[in-house]
Design a protein around this ligand. Structure first.
Ligand code: CTP
Ligand code: MG
Length: 233
């Protein structure tokens, strides 16, 4: 079975609006719906689990019903960090999935998810315990240890931007999450948990439009792209 997890439990501190960014209306629907619909549409995705803020669970369920999402099995509460939200999903799914099922974890804040990326993930997930979405870095990245002076430039050829989805064999990720929790290890994404255990994580080719809405400026760019895509239909 292939199950998609939509992480929509963030509070959007950097976006700073009274409505959390994942619920802002974009292209005629709440932002998180764009990701849900990408998975609803993909023929190889069987089920979807949405993780959101406790106070938005009912609203999210109502939106899913109204929009007729038939793959959404539940809407559950996340945690205070992305890692704990992902952990909550795993904890719930231990009763739903088998060890060898595949979970695809996606940020609700990345609304423009191409079908091609989902297909590439599912095909790589046959051979690898983990799959991440990446884009080669086009800018030179530099490092500063004190925030004032340059320490070094990093080798661009070896650098990639990490996007979502990230996909995993459920049993392996659930174990890695439990170990990280027991060791009080904090990470910013799930793929890091596998890398730290020397497990191979394959790279699927990302997309510039898989931009994450972090600030208001990002949302303006997404709105513009949606308009252009609409004209192309
Ligand atoms: N996320 C989550 N649970 C959290 C934090 C984040 O499910 N406790 C989700 C967000 O809803 C988002 C994705 O993880 O879809 C990426 O997180 P980010 O862009 O950092 O969103 P926020 O944490 O909401 O924003 P900020 O860091 O500015 O507060
Ligand atoms: Mg965050």
């Amino acid at each position: 079975m292939n199950l998609a997890i939509i992480l929509a439990a963030g509070s959007g501190v950097r976006f700073s609006s009274s409505t959390p960014k994942q619920f802002i209306t974009v292209g005629g629907k709440p932002l998180f719906c764009h990701s849900v619909e990408a998975f609803e549409k993909h023929p190889e995705i069987d089920k979807i689990l949405i993780v959101t803020l406790e106070r938005f669970i009912q609203k999210t369920q109502a939106i899913c019903e109204k929009r007729g999402y038939d793959k959404v099995i539940d809407v559950i509460a996340g945690g205070s960090t992305r890692q704990t939200s992902s952990f909550e999903a795993m904890q719930y799914l231990q009763y739903v999935l088998s060890e060898n099922d595949t979970v695809l974890i996606h940020d609700a804040a990345r609304p423009l998810l191409p079908q091609r990326v989902i297909s590439e993930h599912l095909s790589l997930a046959h051979d690898y315990p983990g799959v991440i979405t990446t884009l080669p870095c086009t800018d030179t990245i530099c490092e500063s240890s004190d925030g004032k002076a340059l320490s070094k430039n990093l080798d661009r050829k070896k650098l990639y931007l990490a996007q979502t989805p990230q996909s995993f064999r459920f049993g392996i990720l659930w174990k890695a999450h439990q170990q990280a929790r027991d060791r009080h290890r904090t990470v910013t994404d799930d793929a890091q948990l596998l890398v730290e255990q020397n497990l191979p994580v394959a790279m699927a080719q990302g997309d510039a439009r898989l931009l994450k809405v972090t600030t208001q400026e990002d949302l303006a760019i997404i709105r513009q792209w949606l308009k252009e895509m609409d004209k192309n239909v």
